[in-house]
Design a protein around this ligand. Sequence first.
Ligand code: 5GP
Length: 211
Amino acid sequence: MKGNLIIISSPSGGGKGTLIREIMNSVDNVGYSVSFTTRQPRFGEENGRDYHFVSMDEFRERIDAGEFLEYAEVHGNMYGTSRLITEHILSTGRDVILEIDVQGAISVMEQMPDAVSIFILPPSFDVLRARLTARNTEDAADLALRLKNSFDEVMQYQRFKYVIINEHLPVASRMLTSVICAERHRRDRQTEAVQAILDSFAQAKHQIVGE
Ligand code: 5GP
C-alpha cells in the first residue's frame, strides 16, 4: 500500500517548518520531499536537507525534463517538487510531506484529489508579523513582500481539507499528528490489512463450522 501524500501550506512565518520538524521526529513512517529552489540558502541551511539549491538554468532544465510534480514562483524565487523523490517515498509505504505554497498545493490537489491537504494558520496577522520578524532570516524588502503575500494566501484556506491554527506549537503539533494518524486509518486505506484479517476468520470458520 502506498503512503499518503500530505500537503502542508501556510503563509511564510506560519510555523509550518517547525511543525514539520516536530512531526518528522515524532511520527513513524513519514518522509519529507526536499524541494528544489533557486533561492539562496539561508544561514544554517544545508543543500539536500532543507532544499536542493539550484541555479535558474538548472531549474529550467528540470522543468523541461518534466521532473516537477508542481513548481511555482513564490516571493520572487522558483520552487518545485520532485516527482521522483515524492514517488520514491510513497512507494516505500511511507507518507510523504510536501511543504509547498498555496499555488503548488492547488496544483497537486488537482492532480491527486486523494492528497491530504492541511493549511496552517497563524492565530492573527500580528502574530505572523512578530514571528517572521523575530526569525530574522529575511531582509526588510523580502519580509515586507512575504507579509504582503500573506493577505492572499490566507484566503486560500478554503481549498484545504484541514485547518490547524498554530497558536501553541505543542498543541498544533498534536493536531497535525492526529490528522496524519486519522488519515492512515481511513477504511479505504486499510483494505489490504483488513483482508488479511478477514482471511484468518474465513479459515477459522472453515475449521470450526466446517463451511
Ligand atoms: P522559504 O523561502 O521560506 O523556504 O519558502 C517560501 C515558500 O515556498 C513557502 O511557502 C514554502 O512552503 C514554499 N515552497 C517550498 N518548496 C516548495 C515547492 O516545492 N513548491 C512550491 N510551490 N512551493 C514551495
